[in-house]
Ligand binder design. Structure first.
Ligand SMILES: Nc1nc2c(ncn2[C@@H]2O[C@H](COP(=O)(O)OP(=O)(O)OP(=O)(O)O)[C@@H](O)[C@H]2O)c(=O)[nH]1
Ligand SMILES: [Mg+2]
Length: 356
């Protein structure tokens, strides 16, 4: 899973990035013109993988992972996002928008006073303008193609969908809120509009006001999914021992680290679940969308497995742990054989039988 961290200049994107990844990317109180994004990959800690490792004693263990991409700051000038940022953001599965909710004399001087709701509005407008420019440019191209006599069915459908999108965006509604049929979605797949990506807001609060922003959070929740972090505080925990860090978190009434909380939040936002493959060579966690079928799970592992799919041998992690071994599980009849259309559940252990 790839998550793009976006936000206005100096909103604390890199601070949050460091808090999530444990890396040490440069933090400045002045705007940096650094174009290259910071990249960091973190494992999705999953107790189930650790338990499976104990049972199978594999040579290798692989957790699912999340790649965080910390982008350059947005100016919020309503000119739309810079093209290089659009093309990078396209490659993410979701956007995490960092919103400043901490006061800092130097930053307030250049970036204005703390005003999370207005910042969200500014960035939303900037993203909407970006998409609108893309949609309208493509509509112009379609017009000139039509003038040249090109009138293919696919082009007509694309034009119809783009008109719909352009109208929606003009009303300041993001593409993700527009209901599109599968065919319509297909027609615009190549564009990957930024307002079509799932979006979460990270409210980056000062450690002094963290936890007392309920009203603000409620207000943000009217339109968006939001999670509150004390970015700077969480980042500094990496300088402490694990015990000290846990103690500090408890003092702040934070049950879990930013990394753990954002992982759960992202899985929820994207509707992701985990399934596992096991064996003496490797125990591995995979991520898939809720509602996906056995053959789609097989495709995640390898396209050959989907192509030559025969059946899925399947059991649940919970049952395995209750039984203590695969052989007991079989004796109790908890080892299922499922076809292509079986809906994979969170925690399923799958072994795909295939022939190509
Ligand atoms: N008090 C407080 N200060 C913070 C917090 N997060 C970031 N800062 C400060 O805000 C400034 C900018 O932080 P960065 O993480 O570099 O912000 P950024 O959004 O990556 O900045 P650009 O990439 O330059 O746009 C630094 O001086 C940080 O110390 C926070 O949670 N609380
Ligand atoms: Mg930064």
């Amino acid at each position: 899973m790839k998550i793009g961290i976006l936000g206005l200049l100096n909103s604390g994107k890199t601070t949050i990035f460091n808090a999530l990844t444990g890396l040490d990317a440069e933090i400045t109180s002045y705007a940096t013109n650094k174009i290259e994004p910071n990249l960091g990959v973190v494992d999705v800690e999953d107790e189930r993988v650790k338990e499976l490792k104990k049972l199978y004693k594999p040579d290798k263990t692989k957790f699912a992972n999340i790649e965080y991409i910390d982008f350059v700051g947005l100016s919020g000038d309503e000119k739309g996002l810079p093209p290089n940022l659009i093309s990078l953001a396209k490659r993410t599965d979701a956007i995490a928008l960092v919103i400043r909710n901490f006061d800092d004399e130097v930053i307030s001087e250049t970036c204005g006073k703390v005003d999370p709701l207005s910042d969200i509005e500014k960035i939303s407008a900037e993203m909407i303008i970006s998409d609108l420019l893309i949609a309208e440019k493509r509509l112009e191209n379609i017009q000139s193609s039509k003038k040249k006599g090109i009138k293919e069915q696919a082009l007509i459908l694309e034009e119809k969908v783009l008109h719909k999108i352009s109208e929606t965006l003009s009303e300041e509604i993001p593409v993700r809120d527009l209901e599109l049929s599968n065919d319509e979605k297909k027609a615009i797949k190549g564009f990957q509009f930024i307002t079509q990506k799932p979006l979460m807001i990270i409210l980056n609060s000062d450690e002094n006001n963290f936890g007392s922003n309920q009203e603000l959070i409620k207000e943000i929740e009217k339109e968006n999914k939001v999670i509150e972090f004390a970015g700077n505080f969480e980042m500094e925990l990496y300088n402490l021992s694990v015990e000290d860090a846990l103690e500090f978190l408890e003092e702040m009434n934070i049950a879990e680290s930013a990394r753990v909380r954002l992982t759960k939040f992202s899985y929820d936002l994207l509707g992701y679940i985990s399934f596992f493959t096991v064996g003496n060579d490797e125990v591995k966690a995979w991520t898939i969308t809720k509602g996906a079928t056995a053959v789609e799970a097989a495709a995640k592992i390898h396209s050959d497995l989907a192509r030559g799919f025969i059946r899925a041998e399947c059991f649940s992690y919970e049952n395995l742990i209750c039984c203590g071994s695969e052989s007991t599980l079989r004796e109790k009849g908890l080892y299922q054989l499922e076809g292509k259309n079986y809906i994979v559940k969170d925690g399923d252990v799958l072994n795909i039988r295939f022939s190509v």
